[in-house]
Design a protein around this ligand. Sequence first.
Ligand SMILES: [Ca+2]
Ligand SMILES: [Ca+2]
Ligand SMILES: [Ca+2]
Length: 737
Amino acid sequence: MTAGGRAAARVALGAVCALLVARAAAPAAHATPPAADGADYAVVQYAGGVSAQGAGGPAPSLREQGFRTLMVPRGKTRAQFLAELRNDPGVLSAEADAPVQAATLPNDPYYQANQASYMAQINAPAAWELSTGRPTVVVAMIDSGTDLTHEEFAGRLWENSRDTTTDGIDDDANGCVDDRYGCRFIDLTPTRAKGCGYTSSQRTGAVLDDHGTPGALNHSHGTIVAGIVAAAGNNGKGITGVAWDVKLMTVKVLDCGPFGAAPRGEMSSVAEAIDYARRMGANIISLSLASEPGDQSADIAPLRKAIQDAQDQGVIIVAAAGNHSPGASQVGPGYPAAYTQFTNLVAVGASDQNGQWATFSNYGPALDFAAPGVGIVSTVRSDLGLANPYGVAVDGGTSFATPIVTGMFALMEARNSRLLAADYIQVARNAATPAAAAPHGQNWAGAGIVNIGAAVARMPMTITGSALKDWKDLPAGTELRAVVGTTECGTTLTTAFGPLSRFGLRVRSEAEQPGCGAPGKTVQVIVGGSPGVPTFPWANRNEDLGLASRDITTVSPPPGPVVTQVLNGGWSNVAHLDASGALPTALAAFAASWTEVLRWDPAKPLLDAETGAWRRFVKGVPAYVNDLPDLQRYDAYWVDGSAGNAATINPNPAPGRTMDLQPGWNNFVYTGSARSVADALATLDGKYSQVLQYDNATSSWLSYLPGRARYLNDFGGLFKLKVYWVLMTAPATLTMQ
Ligand SMILES: [Ca+2]
Ligand SMILES: [Ca+2]
Ligand SMILES: [Ca+2]
C-alpha cells in the first residue's frame, strides 16, 4: 500500500468509539461476595432416626434419618461446639457445614452488582456450565491496544514466540518488528506525533493501550473491549470476561485519541491488521470500530481481500455496526460490518438493559446479532493512576456489544474446535433470542440477541476418521448413524479418499434435538448397520467436541459359548481356554489328535544371559524329558495337531486381566474386548515395536507396526481370545480390559 493509498483510506474510517467512554468506579459495596455462611453451622445426625436401610421403597428423608443443621451458639467457636456434639451419645455424627456456590457463577467482585444482569440476559452462566474457554482459541482484538500488565490478562496474552526480542529486528520476517504480543498498524501524522508521541509509521510490537489521559473520562478503549472478551473469570478479582481462558492477540490500529479526541485509525490499517491476525493464527477477529454508514470510500479493495482471505481460512470476524446520530446515518452498519457477501463476517448491534434496541445503535437488515451494549463494566488501563483498574461505562456502544459476541464465538470454538466459520454463525443464529420490534420498525437485531448458553449447548459433536470392519476399510458410500440411547442424532456416508474411505459425522446435541448428546451420555456409531467401536462419551465441561482421526470399526461377533480355533495340520498357535490342568489331560477335550505342545516362556534363561526359550511337552515320553507339565487357562501354545477345528468352552474372561511381559517376544492370549491395537495395548505404550499374529488357516504371519499408516499394516485391532505375539523393548504389564 502506498502512502497515497493510506491517505485516501484515512478519510474513510471514522470511528464508533466516540460514545464509548468508561470511568473508573469502585464496585458497589454489596459486590463483594458475602462471608461464607457455612462457617456458622454444624451438621449433625441424631440417633433414633428412621433407618435408611428399610426394605424396598424410597429412602426416608434426611430429616427422618435424624440429620439436622445447627447454628453455632453465641460465645462458642465451631470447634468447641463440634467437640461437644461428638461427645453426646445421642449424636451419631457432627461435621462443620461447608459453603457452596453454583459452580459457574464467578466470584469476581463486580460480577454480582454490575454484570449478573446483562450476563443473565445473554444466558452466559449456562454457557460456563459447558465451557469457560480454552487457551488454544486465539482472539485478535483490533483496537487501540491492550494494557498488557493488567491483572485480568495474566496468562491470557497470545505471544509470537518467533519474535520476542526487542532488538529492532523482525526475527520472523512477518513484516512487524518485535511483535511479541501483536502489532501496531498506525500511520504517523503531525497530530499523532504531537498528541500521542509517535515517531514513525513502522509496524512494530508497540501495542500497549495508550488511549486517553489520566484526567479524561474517555480512555482505555482497547483494554475495555479486551476485558469484555477475556478478563479472567472466577479469579476473585474485578470482572469476568465472556470467555475466561482464551488467548488475546493485540493488534493496534486506533491511535491514542490525541488532544481528547476519540481514537481513530485508517481502513487500510484495519485491512493490514486483519491480514496480520489471520496470518498469525487468530481464530476470531474482533472489530469495535466502523466507518460512517453509507461511506462508500471505506469500501476499499485491501479490506475486502483481507476479509476474503480470513473467510477462506475459517476465521470469524465480528464487527460493530456502529453508533451514529439518530436519523438516516443510523440505517445500515458502517464498514467493515456493512459487507453482506462474506459468510465469516457478522455485524453486531447493541441492546439496552431491557433487551430493547439501544437508541444509539445502527440497525438494518445487514445486522446478524445484537448484544448488550449499555451499563457494561470492564477493565481499564492500570497505568492511568486510577483508584482501581476497572470501570463501569457511563454510556453505551456497539463497541461493547461486539466483544460480547466475540466472546460467544470463542466459547463455541472452545467447545468444538473443528467447525466451519459459517457453521458457528448458523448455530449462534439458531440459538439467538428474537428481539422485540424497535420503534422505527426495521430489523435492528438480525437473528436476535445472542443466547450464549444456548449457542454453546447446541454445539454438535463432530467425528472424522475412517469407517472400518475388523479394522479394514469399508467401501465409500457406507452409512454411518450416530445413536444416543434410542435416538438417532446424525447420519452420513463414507467418501473415497485415496486408498481410504473417510467420514465426517455431525452428532446433534440435546439442545438441538431432545434425547441427543449432553454430558454423561454416550454416542454409539452404527457402521453399515452394525454397532461400531469405540463409543464416544459426550464431552464434559471444557472438553472439545471436535474429534479428529477417530476410526470406527465394527468387529466380528464376540466369542459365543463355543470358540472354534482353526488348525492347519502343521503347527498351530492356539489359546488354552479350558480350566488349568496337567498335560496331557488338560487337552482331553481337544478334538484333533496331537503329539507335541510348545509354549514360549519369555523369562526362561538361555545361554549368554539371554532370556526367552520354549517349554515343551511330548506325548508318551518319560515325564522328566518334558519341562511343560501343565497348561494354565489363557496360555498361548503351539500344537502339531492334525487339520481341523479345536473347539472348547468359552470361559468368558472378566476384564482387567494382567500379564507381565519381558523384553523380547512374548506370546499371549488377548482377553480384552475387541479394540484397535493402540487402544488394546495402551498400557504398553512406547514399549513395544511390533505385534504379530499367526494365521493357522493359511500358515502365514500377519504384522502390525505401531505408528504406521493403517493400510500398511496387515491388521489393526485385537480380538478377544485370539493369540498374539508382541515384541517388547522394555518390561511392562499388559492390562486387558
Ligand atoms: Ca516479526
Ligand atoms: Ca525482534
Ligand atoms: Ca476477574
